[in-house]
Design a protein around this ligand. Structure first.
Ligand SMILES: [Zn+2]
Length: 52
């Protein structure tokens, strides 16, 4: 099991954040909250799909 990763771009510190994603489907718009890992240094955002 891997611990916290570093940014693949700049090896900076990564913080997990909750970001909102907008999903459009016809007339319906849904906002989905997903957790993404955002680099504090360069802003690179890597999203992880976690399966439990
Ligand atoms: Zn970075």
């Amino acid at each position: 099991m891997q611990g916290f990763d570093k940014c693949p771009v700049c090896s900076g510190e990564i913080q997990e954040k909750e970001v909102e994603k907008l999903i459009r489907g016809g007339v319906h718009t849904a906002i989905l909250r997903v957790s993404a890992e955002v680099c504090l240094h360069c802003g690179e955002e890597s999203q992880r799909s976690r399966r439990k």
